[in-house]
Design a protein around this ligand. Structure first.
Ligand SMILES: [Zn+2]
Ligand SMILES: [Zn+2]
Length: 361
């Protein structure tokens, strides 16, 4: 069954979904031996990303069951291959969405391996040896060192886990638009979930004026008091949206449900950029008038490269930025996924894989 190559000899305990019900149950499977380019990681924490839910339930029709989800992985190195430069036993490390790329294209050569055409993901991917990849809902991972990053010593490991996907997904567009080192811009964040709350934290840490744009009035206090946002605009209130026309330099849209782009585009200044990181199932309607009359741009992007992910973690270490999380035990994964499907989480579930917090309950 799960064993697809001869050197997959290591038995691992994990949690997998087996069909489109998405129900996650304990699952024992095999991982490869630690090769010369590999590090073996004892997994301590793993975040639950919306993508995990989509794969568990086969929402995108691409799931290879059984699927062991999880690409916000944090743990400690227990074994180091001879080529795995810069890594030592005992290092606190993280693994995000990437398991393998071609290592030789223009993107791999410039630290943008997340745009490599041969990219394979940490779970539901096909590794170089032909085996299906299994993610972080498990107690151990063997990862090629080129896709492993270091976690700064001052960051809590549980709250740092979601940085590996949610964090880099919003950091990369900010970096791309020169918003990490040049303060004083006006930034909008559409949606206040796992991605959105990180965007607010980064925006404030980098010295910008941050406006949260949301459909839920209840998020206003949360956005301003807990996360430090400067403004809150209720997107269902046309007056508020109208008053915010042409006020923002850059907007990060993190919403994965269907929504209208027109009023959001109108909030951008002339030459402003709307950057989309949410992934609605159906195509969004793109109106041309706000683009033409405001010389505005609409772009998108997926996570970030490995070098950039390390840079993001180092920046988080410097500013002491982590995610706001709800820590759960592995037997609560299904309940957490149900709540996540209703966006009922502040702001990310993280699984205590090794049971380190058991005594705290
Ligand atoms: Zn993710
Ligand atoms: Zn490549």
């Amino acid at each position: 069954m799960a064993q697809t190559t001869p050197n997959h000899t290591q038995t691992v305990s994990g949690w997998a979904a087996h069909d489109s019900s998405g129900k996650v149950t304990p699952y024992t499977f095999k991982r490869r031996e630690n090769g010369v380019n590999d590090v073996t990681i004892e997994i301590l924490y793993c975040g639950i990303c919306h993508t995990d839910l989509h794969h568990a339930r086969n929402d995108w029709g691409i799931t290879m069951y059984p699927v062991v989800p999880g690409h916000e992985i944090i743990g400690v190195i227990t074994k180091v291959g001879s080529n795995a430069k810069g890594f030592n036993e005992g290092d606190r490390v993280g693994v995000g969405c990437l398991a393998a790329t071609c290592l030789n294209c223009e993107f791999c050569n410039t630290g943008q391996e997340n745009y490599c055409e041969q990219l394979q993901f940490t779970y539901n991917g096909i590794f170089w040896d032909g085996s299906i990849t299994y993610g972080g809902y498990s107690n151990m991972l063997v990862a090629d060192y080129r896709y492993v990053v270091h976690i700064p010593a001052n960051l809590a490991m549980d709250a740092a886990a979601p940085l590996l996907c949610a964090g880099i997904t919003v950091f990369s567009p900010l970096k791309d638009h020169n918003l990490v080192d040049s303060p004083g811009k006006r930034i909008g964040v559409v949606g206040l979930g796992g991605l959105g709350h990180m965007a607010v934290k980064f925006g404030k840490a980098f010295g910008h004026h941050v406006t949260v744009i949301s459909t839920s009035p209840s998020k206003e206090t949360e956005a301003k008091q807990r996360l430090g946002a400067d403004d809150f605009v209720l997107s269902t209130n046309p007056k508020q949206m109208q008053a915010a026309r042409r006020t923002l330099d850059f907007i990060l849209d993190t919403v994965s449900g269907n929504h209208a782009l027109l009023p959001i585009l109108e909030m951008l200044k002339v030459t402003g950029t709307l950057f989309i990181v949410g992934a609605p199932d159906k195509p969004l309607e793109l109106p041309s008038f706000p683009l033409i009359f405001g010389k505005r741009s609409v772009k998108g992007g997926i996570i970030g490269g490995i070098r950039e992910t390390q840079e993001m973690l180092d920046v988080c270490g410097k500013h002491n930025i982590t995610c706001d999380i709800e820590l759960i035990q592995p037997d609560q994964i299904n309940e957490a996924m149900d709540r996540l499907s209703r966006n009922d989480v502040r702001y990310r579930f993280v699984i205590d894989i090794a049971g380190n917090s058991n005594t705290a309950n």
